[in-house]
Design a protein. Structure first.
Length: 549
């Protein structure tokens, strides 16, 4: 009797371990991958012949009911079979004159035998080999979500709608985000972490916050995530009357934006803030990391400051450090828009000088306000200067071409790109680069200085790469935002987001994403320098011009 009982237990345990139950998270994560793969690879789906979003919502209840790998795989196989036969066109000849960039490409999950039966894995592999062939060119109008308008009508109070939106966004990044390979965390792991939050979301706003956390995981400074608020639920947002910068886990006031408000509370440039509502600046930095997307720490701190300087409550407790002593004020912050700030008060914007020649025969150009129509006058005034400083601690106005033709003696390639290869989703290819400059023996012969910092993003970084080809260029400042290239925007009912759409590299394939433009001379502002009214980056540029060091 004991032997029979032991045998039954042995058979039962073998059966149990041979077909372990799958968790909801495992099933949904695997379904997300299969759904996204079929969306971009299966001829009946990728070709737009199927309402694929609707099919997902219909299959989810069946996925929820199955428990084992065998049952799960069977549901997915039947789903695939119902789409119709995939015509055999393999082997698909590789494209001519294309060099693949495959750091983002990974379909190895097909082979996960804990989730997929051998039969299902073979079906997926067959679809990969006989995938949909697109005639579409990857350009700015590319719709990686396919039929994006569908997502304006989703009710995110419904679990199925939330899952659909997550699957759509996750797979867009999986197949069409050029910098997936440099994320801090594997995108698969992010899916596993976010899924339970999407399922547990209590309402639409809870879901939006979850999606914001997902977007932050891209580690891309181009990513913004705005949640639209209805007029009924719109909160009043109030602001501290100044701009600040984080230095050494403190916030220092760098610019007054509301003159009368600052005067009322005795706020001035150089003031140091150590706490807001009893939380240290360091604590605020850490607690906001999961909702702010940034390529690197420098840009994260730059974006995080904006969060710290606004509030839903008009009464805000702020701790200052003055003369070595901590002083706490209960401040009243006010609702005031950019149009009410000091630069725009009672008339036109305070004019900034586009360029100027200093007494030391050094030229200065503010790239944030200079426009193409100003370049001839700039060249006339600064053409004989011993050095020209191009301040790109801002966002230029597409003036690179006219300026580099003046600076450089030769044409030269300064950037190359990776683009998604639409006939093999997930794979990217190297695309020819951008050439700047002209054959110009009369080019500018003096020193070219470019000032950069964490405010330098995208076009600033790209323009700096262009200016580096002049041959006499020195970069001074600190780490830039590390997000180059164009931006793809995604606007939905309830929220708006975006991400870097193409990969940007130096011609020798050195990376710029997350790294930014590395300065030749690193200089960062200090609290002491700000309090003394200095621009330490500018001062270092002048020293270099005079000494060459």
């Amino acid at each position: 009797m004991k032997k029979i009982t032991l045998l039954i237990l042995l058979v039962f345990s073998q059966t149990l371990f041979a077909n372990p139950k799958l968790t909801e998270n495992q099933k949904l994560a695997a379904t997300c991958k299969v759904w996204g793969f079929l969306k971009y690879y299966h001829p009946q789906v990728a070709g737009g012949k199927t309402d694929w979003d609707k099919q997902l919502t219909e299959i989810l209840p069946k996925i929820e009911q199955v428990q084992t790998q065998e049952e799960f795989s069977l549901v997915l196989e039947k789903w695939i079979d119902a789409l119709g036969e995939v015509p055999k066109i393999a082997p698909i000849p590789p494209p001519k004159d294309i060099e693949y960039f495959d750091k983002n490409f990974d379909l190895s999950w097909f082979k996960n035998d804990k989730l997929f039966s051998k039969s299902l894995s073979m079906k997926l592999k067959f679809i990969e080999d006989n995938r949909f062939q697109s005639n579409e060119e990857f350009e700015n109008g590319f719709d990686g979500l396919k039929n994006i308008k569908n997502y304006f009508d989703l009710d995110y109070n419904l679990k199925g709608s939330r899952i659909l939106m997550l699957f759509a966004y996750w797979n867009l990044v999986e197949y069409y985000f050029p910098y997936k390979y440099v994320m801090d965390q594997k995108w698969d792991k992010t899916l596993e972490q976010i899924l339970p939050l999407v399922i547990a979301a209590k309402d639409q706003n809870d879901f939006y916050l979850t999606m914001k956390k997902l977007a932050a995981k891209l580690n891309d400074s181009h990513v913004d995530f705005f949640i639209y608020e209805s007029s009924k639920s719109k909160r009043i947002v109030v602001y501290f009357p100044a701009k600040c910068k984080i230095i050494d886990d403190k916030m220092v006031v760098t610019e007054i934006t509301g003159d009368s408000l600052a005067v009322a509370d005795h706020i001035k440039v150089g003031d140091v803030i150590t706490k807001i509502n009893d939380k240290t600046i360091k604590e605020l930095i850490e607690e906001n990391r999961d909702i702010v997307a940034a390529s690197n720490e420098a840009y994260y701190l730059n974006k995080a400051v904006e969060l710290f300087l606004r509030s839903d409550s008009e009464q805000v407790k702020v701790e200052f450090l003055k003369n070595g002593k901590h002083e706490t004020k209960l401040m009243t912050w006010f609702e005031y828009h950019e149009s009410h700030r000091n630069e725009f008060k009672k008339g036109a914007m305070k004019k900034k000088e586009k360029f100027k020649l200093l007494d030391s025969n050094v030229g200065y150009v503010d790239m944030g306000v200079l426009k193409n129509k100003d370049i001839p006058a700039m060249i006339e005034v600064l053409g004989s200067a011993k050095a020209i400083v191009f301040d790109m601690r801002n966002y230029p106005n597409e003036t690179f071409d006219g300026i580099i033709n003046f600076l450089s003696p030769h044409k030269k390639e300064f950037a190359i790109y990776t683009y998604p290869y639409l006939n093999y989703p997930g794979r990217f290819f190297w695309r020819e680069g951008t050439i700047c400059g002209s054959e110009n023996k009369g080019n500018y012969k003096g020193k070219v200085i470019v000032l950069l910092n964490e405010d330098s993003i995208s076009q600033s970084e790209w323009t700096a790469m262009c200016f580096q080809t002049a041959g006499n260029t020195t970069i001074i400042g600190s780490q830039t935002a590390g997000a180059d290239g164009n931006v793809f925007t995604l606007d939905f009912s309830g929220f708006f987001t975006r991400y870097s759409g193409i990969g940007v590299y130096y011609p020798d394939k050195r990376e710029t994403q997350r790294i930014g433009i590395i300065p030749d001379i690193e200089v960062k502002p200090t609290i002491k320098g700000i309090q003394e009214g200095k621009d330490e980056v500018w001062d270092r540029a002048l020293l270099f011009i005079e000494t060459g060091k």
